[in-house]
Design a protein around this ligand. Structure first.
Ligand SMILES: NC(=O)c1ccc[n+]([C@@H]2O[C@H](COP(=O)([O-])OP(=O)(O)OC[C@H]3O[C@@H](n4cnc5c(N)ncnc54)[C@H](O)[C@@H]3O)[C@@H](O)[C@H]2O)c1
Length: 326
């Protein structure tokens, strides 16, 4: 199939393109290369367009290539970074999604798959989060990701295009930029260990999250291509449904690195950082044959297999996990 991946050079996008190519799909990678979460990686086996989805010239090139499927992964992806530049956050995540929906409708793609975020729910420390839990974002990023969802519903619902919105919870794995300390809780804490520095925790050790290993996110995204159980319009929590406190996360990170202790410094939280969220994944499991997620301990071991090969240099471009495999 002819598949467009926006945000293809970012953390999740690069893993997705790699898998789609492995499965013999024809892939168009689009990315502005303003990547913040991942080490930028452009898959040489995909056709690459360096461009911003807000730019009509990029949209025109996609129109010409005419994808059958769109994975819309591109976003300003950092909760904290959204406060540094709210305009860019809203434009990329909200208006950018609007523009891609218009294009999807015009060229009549079969599926439009969107990586939304847990951030649309906002903090919800007392209850499991279901897909019908009230939307109540408590961050700029949560608002812009939800704007993206609303444009998908508004523009594509009455078309024949299948729309799949995955609300992705905290994802970690090889390829994250260990030098970037404003996105990805797991990556940030592992980065301190990698640099042999005390681990700085911004906010309470009692905060909790669901943590997913990158391969699980990619498996679900790719299985969605042929999954006959999915309805025309779906919203699905993509989460392990296992609540882990920051304290416990750090304990497991230290344990798998055989460290009995390590200095942990606590400081005040960042704006828009929710206290806790813990999803139900019952709906996901009902649609994806009871999919089994990798345990946090196993995922972190796989993650450190890569981290331990990465030298402590400023530019990590050469050390993306797929560079090693070339
Ligand atoms: N990583 C997570 O834990 C997580 C959790 C929930 C949701 N998500 C969502 O998953 C998606 C991917 O996240 P990621 O962790 O890979 O982030 P990332 O920052 O590594 O990748 C995003 C990519 O999108 C590109 N991009 C941003 N704005 C663009 C624009 N206007 N035009 C073209 N390209 C643009 C960036 O250059 C970057 O390469 C995002 O939509 C994010 O909101 C991620």
């Amino acid at each position: 199939m002819k598949i467009l991946v926006t945000g293809a050079a970012g953390f999740i996008g690069a893993h997705l393109v790699q898998k789609l190519i492995y499965l013999n799909h024809k892939v168009l990678s689009v990315d502005s290369l303003q990547t913040i979460g991942g080490i930028p990686y452009i898959n040489p086996k995909s056709k690459f367009i360096k461009g911003n989805i807000l730019d009509e010239r990029t949209i025109q090139k996609i129109r010409k290539w005419k994808p059958e499927i769109i994975y819309h992964i591109a976003a300003q992806s950092g909760g904290e970074s959204a406060y540094d530049d709210p305009k860019n956050d809203y434009l990329s995540n909200g208006y950018g999604t609007y523009l891609l929906c218009l294009l999807a409708k015009e060229i009549k793609v079969k599926k439009f798959i969107y990586t939304s975020s847990v951030a649309v729910y906002g903090s919800n420390p007392n209850n499991k989060i279901y897909e019908n839990t009230e939307i109540n974002p408590d961050s700029i990023y949560g608002v812009s990701k939800y704007a993206g969802e609303m444009f998908i519903r508004q523009i594509l619902k009455k078309t024949n295009i299948q729309t799949l919105i995955f609300r992705v919870f905290n994802t970690y794995g090889p390829g994250e930029n260990l030098n970037f300390l404003k996105k990805g809780m797991v990556s940030i804490y592992c980065s301190y260990l990698w640099r042999n520095k005390p681990i700085l925790v911004k906010g309470s050790l009692k905060r909790f999250r669901n943590y997913q290993y990158i391969d699980d996110i990619i498996n679900i995204l790719v299985l969605s291509l042929k999954n006959k159980n999915l309805k025309k319009n779906e919203i699905i929590n993509l989460s392990t449904a296992k609540a882990i406190t920051v304290k416990n996360l750090l304990r497991i990170i230290l344990k798998i690195n055989n460290k009995k202790s390590h200095k942990i410094l606590e400081t005040k939280g960042t704006p828009g950082d929710s206290f806790g969220y813990d999803a139900s994944n019952k709906y996901l499991k009902s649609k994806f044959k009871n999919y089994k997620f990798i345990s946090l301990e196993k995922g972190l071991k796989l993650y450190f297999n890569w981290i331990n090969t990465v030298p402590k240099v400023k530019n990590l471009k050469k050390y993306h996990p797929f560079q090693f495999k070339k």
